[in-house]
Design a protein around this ligand. Structure first.
Ligand SMILES: Cc1cc2nc3c(=O)[nH]c(=O)nc-3n(C[C@H](O)[C@H](O)[C@H](O)COP(=O)(O)OP(=O)(O)OC[C@H]3O[C@@H](n4cnc5c(N)ncnc54)[C@H](O)[C@@H]3O)c2cc1C
Length: 384
């Protein structure tokens, strides 16, 4: 989507230039959060572009958000630290009460409140979301009591609020298998130490991801978003936006790998000539470029359909699949182009290589995208 939002893109690139490789390397070594980077993006309004103007955002479409995330990744930065602040609020916007929208959205727009933790995945159920075991039981009229465990809840330590998916009706008592799950906004500032515990998980990337334990956590009745029992549908509604935005990040990553490899191939002299003179070096870079341009067209198509309010499940999934595949292939190409220097920290190639690998697994793994396409687009039998 390189032609669109030129002004926004230029401004984001300028902002990102203040956070060069050394900034990210240092954080990566210590596994610490990019506080200054996130603050600057927030203060400049980039994380609130999807929030309507009446709630203090800029009311732009998903293509603008995609452009911002693509430029962040293309600049060598890592939007995963805060991308969810852009889109998790969509569930509140679409399904929340007026009171919830007025209470939360303006503060999310200014950054006074962070809603960037999303508690869906659990250790026992994994991808099989409908089998999740965290329960929210009615506590008279007072509210709900939450018990259970989440895993891979990213940014929880850097978020004030969490969007939580929990079971309100036992699985064997629901009419439709997709019923019985509900969505809540949990105020983690109040919950921490009162039934909610966050434990960081050290991972191969600096992703601030955690596991969360709920032990009789009491939350007020007005934490419920939308109707009780309909939460799975609300979460699905938000997934197309997430997939399109992650796909745009992958395109940004791929472009960073292609540019970095091209620069290196032009500079590095071996056998008295630049290594880029060898077709064995050129072709993989050119191939990565061609693949990235093609995947970008799918991201653009999915974004356009999303903005037009058209069903775009297939396109959003294909964009995410193709994006994550091209960024991973470009990452491997960039490693190979750099020879031994690929593994040296100071080139940032190994860091970006680790970071982009995640997107073949999360927020949805590639197999599950392929099962969606097989079943819902091609009409093949459901495989699971
Ligand atoms: C760093 C990181 C951050 C994350 N952040 C969040 C977050 O903020 N919030 C959140 O809720 N979750 C988050 N996740 C979770 C992520 O969405 C899941 O890891 C992902 O959906 C896969 O689930 P799983 O790890 O349980 O794998 P599993 O479901 O155990 O699957 C393991 C493997 O089996 C394959 N598989 C499973 N079932 C099938 C099938 N039917 N057909 C074919 N293949 C199949 C999968 O594709 C995968 O390759 C994060 C994960 C990571 C690693």
């Amino acid at each position: 989507m390189s032609e669109n939002f030129a002004d926004i893109r230029e401004a984001v690139v300028k902002l990102c230039a203040k956070y060069p490789g050394e900034y990210w390397r240092e954080l990566d070594r210590e596994r610490t959060y990019p506080t200054a980077f996130v603050k600057e993006l927030t203060d400049n309004g980039y994380l609130s572009v999807l929030i309507p103007e009446e709630y203090g955002g800029s009311g732009l479409g998903i293509s603008a958000a995609a452009a911002i995330l693509e430029e962040i990744q293309k600049s060598g930065c890592n939007g995963a630290a805060c991308h969810a602040q852009m889109y998790i609020m969509g569930t509140v916007l679409r399904h929340g009460t007026d009171a919830q929208k007025t209470e939360y959205l303006p503060k999310i727009a200014t950054g006074e409140l962070r809603l960037q933790a999303f508690g869906v995945t659990e250790p026992t159920s994994g991808t099989d979301t409908l089998s999740l075991r965290t329960t929210a039981e009615r506590d008279g009229n007072e509210g709900y009591v939450i018990n259970g465990q989440k895993v891979w809840t990213s940014r929880a330590e850097h978020s004030d609020l969490m969007l939580l998916l929990a079971r309100t009706t036992p699985k064997d008592q629901v009419e439709k298998r997709t019923d019985g799950l509900s969505v809540f906004i949990v105020d983690m500032r109040e919950a921490l130490g009162n039934g909610l515990e966050i434990r960081p998980i050290r991972t191969m990337i600096n992703h601030a991801t955690t596991e969360i334990f709920f032990d009789n956590l009491r939350i007020p009745a007005d934490s419920l978003v939308g109707e009780e029992g309909k939460g799975f549908r609300y979460i699905l509604d938000g997934m197309n936006a997430e997939r399109i935005l992650i796909a745009a990040e992958c395109i940004g990553d791929a472009r960073w790998f292609i540019k970095t490899a091209t620069d290196y191939a032009n500079e590095r002299q071996v056998f008295g000539r630049p290594i880029g003179k060898n077709q064995g070096i050129q072709f993989p870079i050119a191939r990565a470029h061609a693949r990235t341009e093609a995947a970008d067209l799918m991201v653009e198509k999915a974004a356009r359909m999303f903005e037009a309010g058209e069903p775009c499940g297939a396109e959003a999934n294909m964009a995410k699949y193709l994006g994550s595949e091209v960024s991973w292939k470009a990452a491997d190409m960039c490693m190979q182009t750099h020879g031994g220097y690929a593994v040296a920290e100071e080139y940032d190639v190994e860091r970006k290589f680790r970071e982009t690998r995640l997107y073949r697994i999360a927020p949805i793994s590639k197999n599950l995208v392929l099962t969606f396409i097989a079943e819902h687009v091609l009409g093949l039998p459901r495989s699971y």
